[in-house]
Design a binder for this molecule. Structure first.
Ligand code: SF4
Ligand SMILES: [Zn+2]
Length: 151
C-alpha cells in the first residue's frame, strides 16, 4: 500500500531533490493493478534518481520496507516494500544500517537482513544471496493462470 507523503507530492526529502513536485513520484493505488503495471509507470522516471544526492535520506524517510511502499524511492522501484529494480549505480550502503540479530553470521541472518531490506552486516555478507524478484513471481502466477490452448 502506498502511504501518503508528508510533504508535497513527490517530495521525499527536500525541495532541492530532483523529483520535487513531480506527481509521478506519488503514484496513487488506483493507477495500477499488477506489479508489472507499477513497474511500467515507474521505470521511465527512475533516471531522475540517478542524479540525486539524497538517495539514502530518501529511503530513511519513506521506510519503504516497513511501510510496504509501492513506487520510486531512493533510486529503486519498490513493490509492497520489496525492491523490484535498482539503478545500476545504486549502493547497498544507501539502505538502512543492519540490525544485528542472533542469527548473524549464518545464511538465515543474511536472509533476515534481506527481508528487512537493510544492509548486510559484515558477518552475514559472505552468506548473501539475492532474493527472488516479486515481479518474477508475478510472471509465474500469470503463466500458471493462462488457459491451455484448445485446438
Ligand atoms: S532518491 Fe529519487 S525519489 Fe528520492 S529524493 Fe532523490 S530523486 Fe526523489
Ligand atoms: Zn548479520
Amino acid at each position: 500500500m502506498t502511504r501518503p507523503r508528508k510533504n508535497l507530492p513527490g517530495t521525499h526529502v527536500t525541495s532541492h531533490a530532483p523529483c520535487y513536485g513531480d506527481p509521478g513520484f506519488a503514484i496513487a493505488d488506483d493507477q495500477w493493478d499488477t506489479g508489472k503495471d507499477l513497474f511500467d509507470l515507474c521505470a521511465p522516471l527512475l533516471y531522475v534518481c540517478g542524479g540525486c544526492p539524497y538517495r539514502a535520506p530518501c529511503i530513511r524517510q519513506v521506510v519503504p520496507a516497513k511501510n510496504e511502499f509501492d513506487g520510486i524511492c531512493g533510486g529503486r522501484i519498490w513493490l509492497n516494500g520489496a525492491i523490484v529494480y535498482t539503478l545500476p549505480d545504486a549502493d547497498p550502503g544507501e539502505l538502512p544500517a543492519p540490525v544485528i540479530r542472533k542469527a548473524c553470521g549464518t545464511a538465515a541472518g543474511s536472509r533476515a537482513h534481506r527481508r528487512a531490506v537493510e544492509q548486510q552486516c559484515p558477518k552475514c555478507l559472505p552468506f548473501y544471496r539475492p532474493g527472488p524478484n516479486p515481479l518474477d513471481a508475478e510472471d509465474e502466477t500469470s503463466q500458471q493462470l493462462e488457459l491451455p490452448d484448445v485446438a
